[in-house]
Design a protein around this ligand. Structure first.
Ligand code: F6R
Length: 243
């Protein structure tokens, strides 16, 4: 695992965008794994700037999001499908339907989870996966206790995650869904390059475990220690508990 301590969120965003630019340069039809949440937003802004400047194009690329709340109405602003459209997909030149996510409104959730796994495999797998990390060490919504070999599935959100994410729901923790769809840890580990970004002191404990802790389902992100090509981009605050 390559750990880079950057000068801050902007440099982390530039480095993550560099990795995507290099990938698209050598493989214009690359498959990108896209995280939602607040951490990747500077990276997405940087990608939009680079596309507007003609440095990159997403016209042949495809994308898969990591996770989705279950049960939010189709037009809910916090539905991750809508978030990723607003923050990235609708601002660059992806082809229509080139980016998909797990269907949180599917009637048969298990079938939808299996279909999502198949869609990723049929696309040839994810070339580069952008990740954030939860304060409790989750990646995607693989909460503590998740099997390190897990696949896309329905998961209850941990109370910590619902409370952390209440900020996206006007501070109302009761408005945060209790269930989600998430790619599994085993699914994420199949991506060819993992790029995890963490910013802020709130992530310091989870980052300490990710980098220095034992691999354990108690801190799901630690599975990344077993990945052959993982990059971790940290600002000083997120790195503050590292030895
Ligand atoms: C979201 C996701 C989550 C977030 C994590 C951190 O798609 O996969 O694992 O990356 O909850 O969220 P932020 O970036 O909002 O701190």
């Amino acid at each position: 695992m390559e750990v880079v301590i950057t000068s801050g969120a902007e440099e982390s965003a530039r480095l993550a965008a560099d990795a995507i630019e290099q990938l698209l340069g050598r493989k214009p039809d690359a498959v990108l794994g896209l995280a939602t949440g607040s951490t990747p937003l500077p990276t997405y802004d940087e990608l939009v700037r680079r596309q507007e400047a003609g440095r990159i194009s997403f016209s042949r690329a495809r994308g898969f999001t990591l996770d989705e709340y279950i049960g939010l109405p189709a037009d809910h602003p916090q539905r991750y499908r809508n978030v990723i459209d607003r923050e990235l997909v609708g601002r660059v030149d992806f082809a229509p339907d080139a980016v998909t996510g797990p269907d949180g409104l599917a009637e048969d959730l298990q079938a939808a989870a299996a279909a999502y796994e198949r869609a990723i495999a049929e696309a040839g797998g994810v070339d580069l996966q952008i990740l954030g990390i939860g304060t409790n060490g989750h990646i995607a919504f693989n909460e503590p206790g998740s099997s390190l070999a897990s696949r896309t599935r329905v998961q209850p959100l941990a109370p910590q995650t619902r409370s952390d994410n209440a900020r996206f729901f006007d501070g109302d923790v009761e408005a945060v869904p209790r269930l989600c769809f998430t790619q599994g840890l085993g699914t994420i580990m199949e991506a060819r390059h993992l790029v995890l970004i963490a910013t802020g002191e709130g992530k310091a404990k989870a980052v300490q475990q990710l980098v220095e802790g034992a691999v354990s389902a108690s801190w799901p992100a630690t599975i990344m220690q077993h990945h052959p090509h993982a990059t971790v981009l940290l600002d000083g605050a997120a790195a503050s508990l590292l030895e």
